[in-house]
Structure formats: structure tokens, C-alpha cells
Design a protein around this ligand. Structure first.
Ligand SMILES: NC(=O)c1ccc[n+]([C@@H]2O[C@H](COP(=O)([O-])OP(=O)(O)OC[C@H]3O[C@@H](n4cnc5c(N)ncnc54)[C@H](OP(=O)(O)O)[C@@H]3O)[C@@H](O)[C@H]2O)c1
Length: 322
């Protein structure tokens, strides 16, 4: 099969279309003929090198979410059959013509969604559900702040939280990004390049924060959280800021975070069931729409990475099979 391979750590140009052995599905796995693959920031970090990936992920093929058609089912697969259209969270290897993945990490391509639309769902919806709702415990009527509101994660968080009855505030790097977030259901955006989010949101009373920035945002986050507020990390810069423990006690704030990719199959399967029960109905009822900034043919994965690194995009960047 053809796959996009990281020929060696480096810039986007190291992504090369090469021949690679076609995977064989294990007993609990399905073999997906990949039609589209979503890009994620971790693909860029993996390409650059020095980024820890799980042991069972192919070291040289990036890609952690795909959509396609099931071509073959392992002997113990019960959920799916040949020809089913699915999207799947995968541990790596998504930039390829075929991928074998455990059946519990697949979900059906929602009605009305193309393969490109569906390829952008698994990593974002799983991450948002597990961090904002399971860990952050966001409730209807509460105020959520999402840093990086225009990211793939951000546009997903806005729409799901809004559909769940929460008010969503976001930080973004431009007015255009902010306006898109408002169109998707956000209540207010703060352009972090020209405004101080602590100052802008000080009086709002934020209940949950989803942070992918870390560093100096820690103190500001804690300052704007309400008593009983929850701060959830899904990424952070290398900076190690000081933590005011007294404030944590005074406001009874919970700080947590998680990394999805390294979680075990049992967790991902249970999460897929939760996402299917809670998020898929939002999609089929039209409360959640796919936000694709640009699609690229698989062979142009390097250009897709260049776009992601420019941070110009709003929403998802998707690779599509010709
Ligand atoms: N822990 C997990 O399991 C998990 C899972 C998935 C994703 N993630 C993380 O979630 C983040 C988003 O992932 P993605 O794939 O959706 O990436 P993405 O679309 O490339 O988005 C990254 C975003 O970060 C924003 N940003 C950069 N500096 C910022 C700052 N100082 N304040 C506010 N926003 C800032 C950028 O917006 P501007 O251009 O406007 O600055 C951009 O929208 C990444 O950090 C990724 O590693 C974690």
C-alpha cells in the first residue's frame, strides 16, 4: 500500500509517499480502506522528532484519526461488517491507504457527513468529551473558557458545549478566528494578541477552562475561575509556572489534564460509546457541523503540515485519498 512516511525527523519535506506493507487485522480488528485522515498538532510534533508516541504506534507513519470503508473484519469482530463506513481513533499510521484498528475505536460515519467531514471527528470529539465533560464536569448553564478557540479542538468544544447548554468563551489569535467562533456558538472571544483575557473575562465567572497553552496562563486561569472551578490541561508549553496553592484552597479549584493517545483500549472503547451516545445525536440533528479549513490530496501531506504550522487555519485540515 501507499503511505506517507516520516523519512527522518525534520520539516514538512520529510513526509514522503512510499510503499509500505499492508496491515493485517487481528482478531478484534477491522481493516479500513482509508478515504480521509484528519491532521492534528501531534502529527507535526511526531514529524519533528523527539515526541514520545505509544509503543504500539508505527514510528514512521503519522495520523491519529481516519474515515473509510471496512474491507475486512477479524474473526472476533461483532460490531461491524465489510462495507461499513466508519471513522476511527487510531494510535498512529493514519496517513496510509489501509489501517487495522480495534473495533471499539470505530464509530459510524454520521448521516450526511462525507469521509472528509468524518475524518475530523474522532480525535476532537473524544478529547473534548473526556476532558470538558468527564474530567471538567461542565454542566448546563455554566461558563466554559476554551483557549485556542479556532483550533480543531476549539471548534469542537464550542459546538458540543453550546449544544449541552453551556456558555462558551474563547481566546483566539485574530478577529477572523474570533468571528468564526461566535458563528459556531461562542458568547465572546478575546484576541490574546491584543487583549488580556484575564482582564476581559474577570467578571464573567468561569467554571471550566480547557487549556492547551500552559505557562503564564496558569495564574490568570486561576484568577478568573469561580469557586469550585475546574482547570483542564490538554497541552502546555515547557515553561514551569509557579502555583499559588493558597488560592487553590480558597477557591476549591481542581486542576487536572490528560493525554488521549496513550490510553488503553478499554478506556478508548468506553469513551467511543459515550461519544456515540452524547455527541453523534448532536451531529445528526444538525447542532454540530464539520468545520474543514482545507483538504489536501494524501500526496500533498507536506503542504498540509505547512498550513498547520502557519496556524492560519480555522478548524480542521484533512488529507483525502484520490
Ligand atoms: N491531551 C490530549 O489528549 C490532546 C488531544 C488532542 C489535541 N491536544 C492538543 O490540543 C491542541 C489543539 O490541537 P489541534 O490539533 O486542534 O491544533 P490546531 O488546530 O493546530 O490548533 C492549535 C491552536 O493553538 C492556538 N494558540 C497558540 N498559542 C495560543 C495562545 N497563547 N493562546 C490561545 N491560543 C493559542 C492557535 O490559535 P492562534 O493561531 O489563534 O494562536 C491554534 O488555534 C494542541 O495543543 C494539541 O496538542 C491534546
Amino acid at each position: 500500500m501507499k503511505a506517507i512516511v516520516i523519512s527522518h525527523p525534520g520539516g514538512p519535506e520529510v513526509l514522503q509517499l512510499q510503499e509500505y506493507p499492508k496491515p493485517q487485522p487481528g482478531p478484534l480488528e477491522v481493516l479500513i480502506a482509508v478515504q480521509a485522515a484528519g491532521l492534528n498538532r501531534s502529527d507535526v510534533l511526531q514529524r519533528k522528532g523527539g515526541y514520545a508516541i505509544p509503543d504500539d504506534a508505527p514510528a514512521t507513519i503519522p495520523g491519529i484519526e481516519v474515515a473509510g470503508i471496512i474491507e475486512q473484519c477479524g474473526a472476533e469482530v461483532t460490531q461491524w461488517k465489510q462495507g461499513d463506513k466508519v471513522c476511527a481513533l487510531v494510535v498512529g499510521g493514519g496517513y496510509a491507504e489501509y489501517i487495522a484498528v480495534k473495533e471499539g475505536q470505530c464509530l459510524p460515519v454520521p448521516e450526511g457527513f462525507s469521509f472528509a467531514d468524518a475524518a475530523g471527528l474522532p480525535e476532537t470529539t473524544f478529547t473534548v468529551w473526556s476532558n470538558i465533560f468527564q474530567r471538567g464536569g461542565l454542566q448546563p448553564g455554566e461558563n466554559l473558557l476554551v483557549h485556542g478557540g479556532s483550533s480543531g479542538i476549539g471548534i469542537t468544544a464550542i459546538q458540543i458545549a453550546k449544544a449541552m447548554g453551556a456558555n462558551v468563551f474563547v481566546t483566539v489569535g485574530s478577529t477572523v478566528k474570533g468571528e468564526t467562533c461566535l458563528e459556531l456558538g461562542a458568547t465572546q472571544y478575546v484576541n490574546y494578541k491584543t487583549q488580556d483575557f484575564e482582564q476581559e473575562l474577570a467578571k464573567k465567572g468561569i467554571d471550566v477552562i480547557l487549556d492547551m497553552v500552559g505557562g503564564e496562563y496558569l495564574t490568570k486561569n486561576i484568577n478568573i475561575l469561580r469557586p469550585e472551578g475546574r482547570l483542564v490541561y490538554i497541552n502546555a508549553s515547557a515553561a514551569k509556572p509557579e502555583l499559588d496553592i493558597i488560592k487553590i484552597m480558597q477557591k476549591r479549584i481542581s486542576i487536572t489534564g490528560s493525554m488521549l493517545r496513550s490510553r488503553d483500549y478499554a478506556f478508548k472503547k468506553a469513551l467511543a460509546e459515550e461519544v456515540f451516545k452524547n455527541v453523534w445525536p448532536m451531529i445528526t440533528s444538525g447542532k454540530y457541523k464539520s468545520v474543514i479549513y482545507k483538504t489536501f490530496p494524501f500526496a500533498e501531506a507536506a503542504d498540509a503540515h505547512r498550513l498547520m504550522e502557519s496556524s492560519e487555519h480555522i478548524g480542521k485540515i484533512i488529507l483525502v485519498m484520490n
